[in-house]
Design a protein around this ligand. Sequence first.
Ligand SMILES: Nc1nc2c(ncn2[C@@H]2O[C@H](COP(=O)(O)OP(=O)(O)O)[C@@H](O)[C@H]2O)c(=O)[nH]1
Ligand SMILES: [Mg+2]
Ligand SMILES: [Zn+2]
Length: 355
Amino acid sequence: MPHYNAYESFKTKKSMENKRRAKEKAFSKKNEDVNDFIIYAADNYGIVIEVRYDDAYVLYDGEIVLAKLRKNINLVCNQVVFPGDKVVVSKDEDNYVITNMLKRTSMLSRIKKDSTRHDDIGTTKNIASNVDLAVIVVAAKEPPLHPKFIDRYLMILQNSGIPAIICLNKCDLKTEKEENILNIYRNLNIPVIETSTYSNIGIEEIKSYLLGKQAIFVGNSGVGKSSLTNAIMGEDEIKTAHVSDKTKRGRHTTTASKYYVWNDNSSIIDTPGIRSLDVSSFEPSEIQDYFPEFDKWNDTCKYKGCLHYIIPIEDCGVKQAVKLGIINKMRYESYIKLISSMTNDDRMEEVLEEL
Ligand SMILES: Nc1nc2c(ncn2[C@@H]2O[C@H](COP(=O)(O)OP(=O)(O)O)[C@@H](O)[C@H]2O)c(=O)[nH]1
Ligand SMILES: [Mg+2]
Ligand SMILES: [Zn+2]
């Protein structure tokens, strides 16, 4: 079995971890009498598959039931449980009630800037809990393949401590250009699976990665996440729409995350395109933590804490490695795009020209 957990040795960003802890604290403070809500084991539990404001659909004993939170919890349902959460459900007269939640193994979140606030505080949007594996789905074409999307997803996943693999769908449309991009990630020891739902390529291979796991498909809309889910389910259950020709961008085909069980203990959460991956909660100096191939060269930079951006190439080991072709230029470009947007310094073209 290939080693797919390429990022497990990475540290979770401290500020994110602190935020998560603060949230947990706030929850127990608000619910002092329900500190036993989170438990470590249960004989029988259901899995949250969709959350609404005040209740959630739970897959419980092979059935989908609508359940509300138990009464002494002072928060609405969509602040407490998320798709993928394991919950203990009991029947109270005719209604199902979520009485407990099993402690999470992971939480996939993204940061969303709050446009109604004028400070820089973003809100964390939780996407799914207990994800064992994330599949970053990209298409060879339609929409075009850009490394920067993959790099941003890798950052978010690494930050949430979730192992990731890449799936290049629409491999029937692949050319040498896309092959070169995929090689960047193969060289970083991230598994890359090529699939085509049209030509039925790679479906068995992707299943072998997903077996026994609660997996999530992330990626821009139109890349084929729902088609892949379909192919794995083996039924024409999910409707997919055509990429509109005008924009070459997928129309919104899925509006909410959906949970599919395709084998014993094997499930897929199909997400709508998460378009706005906001990395504004990161500090510029933290970005390089997510580009592990820079590590080796960091020590050869003249200044400690070098951002490898606006600095003469003679003083920067990372830039020199890019120039020599040891560090991939597209990855470096992704990196300085992030840095330049965070520091509001738009001298990126200038920097790239020297390399
Ligand atoms: N050429 C090609 N097109 C595909 C493939 N898989 C899906 N598509 C098309 O891509 C479009 C978007 O697929 P969809 O599954 O809705 O993407 P999603 O938005 O990521 O869920 C649809 O028109 C599909 O028919 C494939 O393997 N090859
Ligand atoms: Mg979809
Ligand atoms: Zn440097």
